[in-house]
Design a protein around this ligand. Structure first.
Ligand code: BES
Ligand code: MN
Ligand code: ZN
Length: 490
């Protein structure tokens, strides 16, 4: 299984029915039941002495390294037992952190001591925590230690089979993170497209629509954004047909490979962050990778609009009027409100071509959503309560939280233009909402639709136990979970 371009993590997980003599033993301690491994009497005495001295009670996620004449041992608290899912993942993430110290970097865990459904979650959390992007260091960081987890089980075949599902999911998350980290001089529309095409190896059908063809199609809104760039724009369609002849679910992503703001230029401070203005496209690409890797029994089409927003002699000007693929005209008041212009055409295209039963689009669309919700929740906007709830629930189950925001005519009215069908920005307030209202104008026949504004979620300055700081891959797990739980909409 391919995991992203560079296998950019440093945790090697393997399964065996044999105990290893070269790996440190992980000893599990239950808050009520004490140590649950079978260990020799002498070692047991040593461990008891150690955790009495250290006041170690076995709370979840607490660890105690022990050195004795029996060799090093790592004691891990499992509280009063763990549930599969988030709590076990978090525990796995914390376990990985312990593995960043020699000799605990080579660890063995007896999987048969834990309920079978917990183990993939633990490994999933540990692997996710181990991600790092070291592509451009010529001297490898000394604080990154290669870690090896030796998982023993009497039924290793069954275990490695269930692990392959979780592993494929993490591979999708890593694909998204890789794309987020890459700088914009490397990852421009053509290179992004090429990386999508590489995913044909996992069974996706990938079509790249080059700029010339976008012109023929009439994607005036998307092309206006890219017209100041030396790099050609592109749209990529990734198709996964795991279901029967049901209408597909469409995943749509904003892929602005760099957002300078264009002629409505952004301030210099922090502009480097705009290399990850393709976070929506990264999430869609990662999710498609995960769905294909997991061979999900659904039809899903992923589509991303790839552009670079640059100021230039040929750039789009404030006040320009463009004609979108839908036929609706747009007065471009602010060239920095470009994401919605890109999405407008991609949304139209996916509806015309694939007649999806539902659409979920993801975009680092507005700074205003960060003003509204901070960095805890993604903003969720929808025309359909069932779909909105499905997305919110899926997100809650994988710690990718969403909060539904209002929409409505009063906000939509603020997009009125004197010269065209609409403007691309409204007044100074409620910017995330008016952006969503703009997108809604491109949804046909009330197709169930959700827009996730992930401007506050795609990149994080703070590490979580299973998500290192930096590109998070937010959305991949949510989308994968949502599709697992899918109930047909029409
Ligand atoms: N890519 C930005 C939004 C963004 C901001 C993403 C911060 C991630 C972090 C988007 O294209 C943008 O520039 N939006 C403007 C809209 C405004 C001109 C109406 C904004 O939010 O300021
Ligand atoms: Mn912008
Ligand atoms: Zn942008």
């Amino acid at each position: 299984m391919q995991t992203g371009k560079n296998m950019p993590h440093h945790l090697d997980i393997h399964f065996s029915s044999e105990f290893s003599t070269t790996h440190v033993q992980l000893v599990l301690m239950h808050e009520n039941e004490g140590i649950i491994n079978k260990v020799d009497e002498g070692l047991m005495e040593t461990l008891l002495a150690a955790f009495n001295l250290a006041d170690f009670t076995g709370k979840t996620g607490e660890f105690l390294p022990v050195y004795s004449s029996y060799g090093p041992v790592l004691i891990a608290g499992i509280g009063k037992g763990m549930d599969a899912g988030l709590s076990a993942e978090t525990w796995g993430g914390r376990l990985f952190k312990q593995m960043q110290t020699v000799p605990f970097n080579k660890l063995q865990i007896d999987a048969d001591l834990l309920p079978a459904e917990i183990v993939p979650s633990v490994l999933c959390g540990a692997l996710s925590a181990s991600y790092y992007f070291d592509q451009y260091f010529t001297v490898k960081k000394p604080d990154k230690i290669a870690a090896e987890l030796h998982v023993t089980s009497a039924n290793k075949t069954k275990l490695s089979r269930s692990w392959s599902q979780s592993k494929a999911l993490v591979a999708g998350v890593f694909t998204a993170r890789d794309l987020l980290y890459e700088p914009a001089n490397v990852l421009y529309p053509k290179e992004f497209s090429r990386r999508c095409a590489e995913l044909e190896s996992v069974g996706l059908d990938v079509q790249i629509i080059p700029e010339k063809e976008l012109e023929t199609l009439g994607m005036g809104a998307l092309l206006g954004v890219g017209q100041g760039s030396r790099r050609d724009s592109a749209v990529v369609v990734m198709n996964w047909q795991g279901g029967n002849d049901e209408a597909p679910i469409a995943l749509v992503g904003k892929g602005v490979c760099f957002d300078t703001g264009g002629i409505s230029l952004k301030p210099a401070k922090g502009m480097e962050d705009m290399k990850w203005d393709m976070g929506g496209a990264a999430a869609v690409t990662g999710a498609m990778h995960a769905l294909a890797g997991r061979k999900v029994k659904r039809n899903v089409v992923g589509i991303i609009g790839l552009v670079e927003n640059m100021p230039d002699g040929n750039a789009q000007r404030p006040g320009d009027v463009v004609t979108s693929l839908s036929g609706q005209t747009i007065e471009v008041i602010n060239t920095d409100a470009e994401g919605r212009l890109v999405l407008a055409d991609v949304l139209t295209y996916v509806q015309d071509k694939f007649k999806p039963q539902a659409i979920v689009n993801l975009a680092t669309l507005t700074g205003a959503i960060i003003v509204s919700l901070g960095k805890e929740y993604a903003g969720l906007f929808s025309n359909n309560d069932v779909l909105a709830n499905a997305v919110t629930t899926a997100g809650g189950n994988v710690d990718e939280k969403c909060w539904r925001m209002p929409m409505g005519k009063a906000y939509d009215d603020m997009l009125k233009s004197h010269i065209a069908d609409m403007k691309n920005i409204a007044g100074p307030y409620g910017g995330a909402i008016t952006a969503a209202c703009f997108l809604r104008r491109f949804i046909k026949n009330d197709t169930p639709w959700v827009h996730l504004d992930i401007a506050g979620k795609a990149w994080s300055e703070k590490a979580k136990p299973t998500v290192p700081k930096g590109g998070t891959g937010f959305g991949v797990r949510l989308l994968s979970q949502m599709i697992d739980d899918w109930v047909d909409m029409k």
